[in-house]
Design a protein around this ligand. Structure first.
Ligand code: FEO
Length: 396
């Protein structure tokens, strides 16, 4: 895809990957993704901010050639992960005079991941600046957006923030700049991306967030998805997403082999709805992990529903519980429902998998066979307890 001008002397030069359908061999991509790189032409020096997925090095090089870039002074590496750094060796081959500008930690990761050595680097410290002539770059260490070494690069004069994975979205779109008139289009892809990539680090991001606000960027250019022409919208979304607040909502990821657990899920869903609680059941057979991440991200309560397989948790539920735990969720209450034929250790197994979940456990309801009157009564009590628990933390 052709280079695109953001403002005079600053260009998007990355790749729109319309064909990619899965990221990290885990997260389904509904609309592809992009690997954003940016070229900056100062009056004295030139710089490239991030590179490309190695599969698309030819596109990045082609974009630089189309801008008649004959000399490159700096390649800024905001993040070492290969979707942004993978083209570095080829870029340095094409522009051997360029220095890779990054922090100490990122340098060490890049040397682990790529055939790079100490002499390729110019190491910078937090808040250090690099003048290009008319445009001054400032580097802001911002760990865990989304690895420990991540940093942001701020072009001071035009007030453009190159934000690395932060504020990104998996979305391939020929309209590289997200103009204010259609900014709401970014909500779903940005939320999915946040829930999958950034959510586990929300507390650290929240601590560092004032650094971004203090910069008052006029434009935010992340490393995936569109450039935010007016950052107010995405900043407001992030302020909510990184907050410790949860919603009056119950997420129920479930799998049911013969309908017993599903009957329990449906009954519990109805009882919770009657109490004015938002409910999000997620059928795990064929489920999209992005949808699962979004569903559990802001729920006050998560109820895991599982059939029993060979005396234990169903493997699909185990997969979901493992992912849920990896996200270090802000869930306040957790419970388990499910059914078994002759015996089940699912409660102990699920509880053992939730070491990252600092939630109060509401007594599970795990029954033998298809639910009967006494089982539905137990689900009534579970719904009552969830409603009371939400009330206790001020949600109703
Ligand atoms: Fe898009 Fe963490 O790399």
């Amino acid at each position: 895809m052709a280079a695109e001008k953001l403002i005079d002397n600053i260009y998007w030069v990355g790749t729109q990957d319309y064909s990619r359908r899965i990221f990290d061999e885990l997260v389904p991509l509904h609309e592809g993704t992009s690997y954003n790189a940016y070229f900056i032409r100062g009056t004295d020096k030139t710089a490239l901010v991030d590179t490309d997925d190695p599969k698309f090095t030819h596109e990045l090089l082609g974009n630089l050639q189309s801008l008649n870039v004959k000399h490159l002074d700096y390649v800024i590496a905001n993040h070492a992960e290969q979707d942004h750094s993978g083209s570095l060796p080829q870029i340095l081959k094409a522009y051997p005079e360029a220095k890779v500008v990054t922090n100490e930690k990122c340098k060490s990761y890049l040397m682990d991941l790529l055939p790079l050595t100490e002499e390729h680097f110019l190491t910078i410290a937090d808040r250090q600046t690099l003048p290009l002539g008319g445009i001054t770059l400032e580097f802001i260490l911002f760990p865990w957006a989304h690895w420990p070494e991540t940093m942001l690069t701020f072009a001071r004069e035009p007030k453009i923030l190159f934000s690395c994975d932060l504020f990104g979205a998996h979305l391939a779109d020929s309209r590289i700049i997200m103009e204010k008139e259609r900014e709401a289009e970014i909500l779903d892809p940005a939320l999915r991306y946040f829930a999958e990539i950034m959510y586990p680090y929300r507390d650290i991001i929240a601590r560092n967030f004032p650094k971004v606000l203090a910069l008052a960027p006029a434009m935010i250019a992340p490393s995936h998805g569109p450039v935010h022409a007016d950052p107010a919208y995405i900043l407001k979304l992030y302020e909510e997403w990184i907050s410790p607040r949860v919603k009056n909502k119950v997420a129920i990821p479930f799998v049911s082999m013969h309908g017993s657990t599903e009957a329990m899920v449906n009954y519990l869903t109805d009882r919770l709805m009657e109490k004015g609680i938002e409910v999000k059941p997620i059928q795990l057979s064929g489920a999209d992990t992005g949808n699962l991440a979004v569903a559990v991200a802001d729920a006050a309560t998560v109820v895991v529903g599982s059939s029993t397989v060979l005396n234990g948790i169903h493997p699909l539920a185990a997969h979901a519980v493992y992912l849920y735990n990896l996200l270090k969720p802000k869930t306040k209450f957790v419970s388990i429902i499910g059914s078994y034929g002759w015996g089940s250790k699912m409660v102990e197994q699920i509880q053992a998998m939730l070491d990252n979940v600092k939630a109060e456990v509401i007594p599970p309801v795990v029954i033998k066979g298809f639910p009967k009157a006494a089982d539905f009564a137990a689900l009534d009590r579970l719904a009552d307890q969830i409603a009371e628990s939400h009330k206790k933390i001020g949600l109703r």
